[in-house]
Design a protein around this ligand. Structure first.
Ligand SMILES: [Zn+2]
Ligand SMILES: [Zn+2]
Length: 104
């Protein structure tokens, strides 16, 4: 018959062959406690870092009515080359903010 030793953590009586030295090597723990201590059981899922996607803003040229999308603030119409004829299309508040910016 195998010798039973008390696990330091859960106080279960486990056979010597199932015992493991704990992380600090100060005593003996059973296989289950050992796995818990070393995060072998259900490791926490690693959270994916939030990935920021640049917002694609729609623009329309007041001069030639050309429409396009850009993630960056545009000043020059890529179609007719007209300056300051662009305004954000689709968005409601975006155009207002831009007009205020231009006045400053
Ligand atoms: Zn244990
Ligand atoms: Zn244009």
């Amino acid at each position: 018959m195998e010798t039973l030793i008390t696990c330091k953590r859960c106080r279960d009586r486990v056979p010597v062959s199932e015992l493991k030295s704990d992380s600090k090597a100060t005593g003996w723990v059973c296989h289950t406690c050992y796995a818990k201590e070393h995060n072998l059981i259900s490791p926490a899922p690693t959270a994916k870092p939030a990935f920021k996607v640049p917002i694609n803003q729609s623009y329309v040229c007041d001069f030639c009515k050309h429409k396009f999308n850009s993630a960056f603030k545009q000043k020059l119409c890529p179609n007719c080359g007209e300056r300051d004829a662009l305004r954000p299309a689709g968005g409601s508040g975006a155009g207002l903010i831009w007009e205020v910016e231009d006045l400053i």
